[in-house]
Design a protein around this ligand. Structure first.
Ligand SMILES: Nc1ncnc2c1ncn2[C@@H]1O[C@H](COP(=O)(O)OP(=O)(O)OP(=O)(O)O)[C@@H](O)[C@H]1O
Length: 248
């Protein structure tokens, strides 16, 4: 049974048509990937699911609720790790978690959450002094602090070195194993292929395909040993953006 249903979603910012026509469903307990290059409309789509943006057209339902009309209820159900989320520099890990927990009726146990995400030793470290990987772990913790049913993780591993990225992948799997449905927004094909049960390929505000990674690859015409990169290129007409890990 789908817990999230998006139908014919459209969202414009002034002259920019960010999302043209997006329809998709997310099933309980899966890791659902949304892949596409910068500007494809991924973040706008998840912001409509979170109730942060009001669709111009179409509908969004989260556990049967309208995220805009029922914003307060949806906030309790959907935990968001905001893209490039920045906390005040001096805020310490534990303080940030306790502060965010106070926004929820029935928040997580902070000690347990810090342990789960390997942040116990960093509890007194200010945000400005965390490494990229630690800051992302804090981001995931903040997405989970309200004990959500769904966690939205947007471009979580961008800018991380390969080891930190792989550690983050393990954490995302743990989150799902704990019963939380995950929506993973990414432009890294390898990440999507490894983690996601199903993937929506979005380009220019349109859904080009939704399937399992294997299903998407099987659909690539006439190529032995095709990868998700090939799928993406065939569906969108351009190559995926390259992983920037060589920069590290
Ligand atoms: N608040 C805004 N005001 C104006 N234009 C916006 C706004 N937010 C996004 N856009 C534009 O809408 C389009 C889709 O953006 P969106 O952030 O949804 O895409 P994305 O696939 O998540 O890309 P990225 O990975 O770069 O965040 C882009 O052209 C972007 O510049």
């Amino acid at each position: 049974m789908p817990i999230i249903e998006v139908n014919g979603l459209r969202k414009r910012y002034g002259k920019t048509l960010a999302v043209d026509d997006v329809s998709l469903t997310v099933e309980e307990g899966e890791i659902f990937g949304i892949i596409g290059r910068n500007g494809a409309g991924k973040t706008t789509t998840v912001e409509c699911i979170e109730g942060l943006r009001k669709p111009d057209r179409g509908s969004v339902s989260v556990y049967g609720l309208d995220p805009v009309r029922d914003r307060a209820k949806v906030r309790q159900l959907v935990g968001a790790q905001l893209q490039e989320s920045h906390l005040p520099e001096k805020l310490r890990v534990e303080e940030a978690l306790r502060l965010h927990r106070s926004f929820y009726r029935d928040g997580a146990d902070i000690e347990q959450l810090m342990k789960q995400l390997g942040l116990g030793k960093k509890r007194d470290t200010a945000f400005e002094n965390l490494s990229g990987g630690q800051a992302q772990r804090l981001s995931i913790a903040l997405a989970l602090v309200g004990r959500p049913r769904v966690a939205v993780l947007d471009e979580l591993t961008t800018g991380l070195d390969p080891q930190a990225r792989r550690d983050t992948w393990k954490l995302i799997q743990k989150v799902r194993d704990s019963g939380v449905t995950v929506i993973l927004v990414t432009h890294f094909m390898e990440e999507a292929e490894r983690l996601c049960d199903r993937i929506a390929v979005i380009d220019s505000g349109l859904v080009k395909a939704v399937d399992t990674p294997a299903g998407l690859v099987a659909g690539v015409s006439g190529k032995q040993g095709a990868t998700l990169d090939d799928v993406y290129t065939e569906l969108t007409g351009h190559r995926p953006e390259q992983d920037d890990e060589e920069d590290f």
